[in-house]
Design a protein around this ligand. Structure first.
Ligand SMILES: *Cc1c(COP(=O)(O)O)cnc(C)c1O
Length: 413
């Protein structure tokens, strides 16, 4: 029980909230309650000015001199170090590059090469599609390798002496269920396998302890809880102990030890930088940095405490007021093993979500039948959550979602 029984209780909590000041750092449209920051984080107010500066002063004013003058050349590493602070990694262990999908390709390939003779990638049924698709691409017909997908309880039993790599997403994108990172990593290591974590729904959402868990490699997304903007560059972690002993297949010139020697043969850079491939997108990194700086300013344990309280309030109110309309919680009931989101199934989840969005409560729909709501303590308050549930109840009670227009599907759900 949250002890929040009225909207006035929720308002009181907002008034005393130490994270409350961050709301003003985001540019959210009036009348919107945004419960989809787990899919695309909103625009920080400081981002447009920073983009203007990079475009006009750095690119426009200093042209190619900017690579040195404005630190463009090691931007991916500096920003990586900032992200490292959010995920329990050390300096020099994280770099910003490419997309999460491309980084998965590099990391899984590197892990396979570190375990020659082993042929299996173990992953989870229901893992995020791109994680499975990339693994499928690496284990195709004539590869001599195999992707084994297991239900959650079957993952550890599936790891054996033939397993090169275990690849899992820490927080399930649909249900929010969270793996025990340390225990799973230990199980992978016990069989001699490399452990790869996808932190797309973890970074900026829950405290992550990569080094505390002895993780090997990880990837994650910049445009969700890190608020880096649509298609923001992703990040990638490799533990210090592996840094000079891995090879990745996208051996581009920016990951070379001395790119400006223009040598004919590839020689990998030391450290995490060998995961770089081509010229980084400076403008996109500048946007990501604004989001990461905001996140780094807030205390991650305060974020987690508030996230749990917001999601507990949401679940409690949905169950108290919408119970008769066929919503079923699909997320773990225990907040300890739930990320910063809550999902409910509904047999008409898609039109219900569309009607809700039209009324200003933006969550999303995940096939086949899940209404998904993300809780982002930097810009979401308790009264927002209270109101969101009132509007959801109204949509369900009135049956407005049965209107024909709500069933038409867009490209993105
Ligand atoms: C969002 C997400 C991705 C995104 O991959 P992109 O290459 O950025 O499209 C990957 N994995 C997981 C688990 C995600 O949630």
């Amino acid at each position: 029980m949250t002890g929040i029984a009225t909207r006035a209780d929720a308002e009181r909590l907002d008034a005393g909230d130490p994270l409350g000041r961050f709301k003003d750092a985001f540019d959210l449209p009036d009348g919107v309650i945004y419960l989809d920051g787990n899919s695309l984080g909103p625009l920080p107010k400081a981002t447009p000015a920073r983009l203007e500066e990079v475009a006009r002063r750095e690119w426009g004013g200093d042209l190619i001199k900017s690579w040195d003058k404005h630190g463009w050349m090691d931007y991916a590493n500096r920003l990586g170090d900032k992200i490292a602070g959010l995920i329990g990694a050390g300096d020099g262990e994280v770099v910003v590059a490419d997309s999460t999908s491309v980084n998965l390709y590099k990391v899984l390939s590197a892990a396979l090469r570190m375990r020659p003779g082993r042929t299996k990638i173990v992953s989870e049924i229901g893992n995020f599609p791109t994680d499975l698709y990339i693994a499928q691409g690496l284990t195709g017909a004539d590869s001599g390798r195999e992707l084994l997908m297991a239900e959650k309880a079957g993952i550890v039993p599936a790891i054996d002496g033939d397993t090169a790599v275990v690849s899992l997403t820490q927080v399930d994108y649909r249900t929010g269920e969270m793996h025990d990172m340390a225990a799973m990593t230990e199980a992978a290591h016990a069989a001699g396998a490399i452990m790869v974590w996808d932190l797309s729904h973890s970074a900026g959402a829950v405290p992550v302890g990569l080094n505390a868990a002895n993780a090997d490699m990880a990837v994650g997304c910049g445009y969700k809880y890190l608020n880096g903007g649509p298609g923001a560059p992703a990040f990638l972690f490799v533990a210090e102990r592996h840094q000079n002993s891995f090879e990745q297949p996208l051996s581009g010139w920016i990951g070379h030890a001395r790119p400006f020697d223009f040598l004919p043969d590839y020689e990998p850079a030391d450290g995490v930088s060998r995961y770089l491939c081509g010229t980084p997108g400076i403008i996109a990194m500048a946007a990501l940095e604004v989001g990461v700086d905001l996140m780094a300013e807030a205390d991650m344990s305060a974020i987690r405490r508030k996230s749990i309280r917001l999601s507990e309030l949401f679940i409690e109110r949905v169950e108290a007021t919408c119970g008769e309309y066929g919503l079923e919680l699909i997320s773990p009931r225990s907040p300890e093993i739930r990320g910063s989101q809550a999902g409910f199934t509904h047999s008409n989840g898609y039109p219900v979500m569309q009607a809700l969005i039209e009324r200003g409560v933006i969550g999303d729909f995940r096939a086949p039948d899940i209404l998904r709501f993300g809780f982002t303590p930097l810009y979401l308050g308790f009264a927002d959550v209270w109101d969101a549930v009132e509007i959801l109840r109204d949509v369900l009670a009135s049956g407005v979602w049965t209107g024909e227009k709500y069933s038409r599907r867009g490209m993105v759900t």
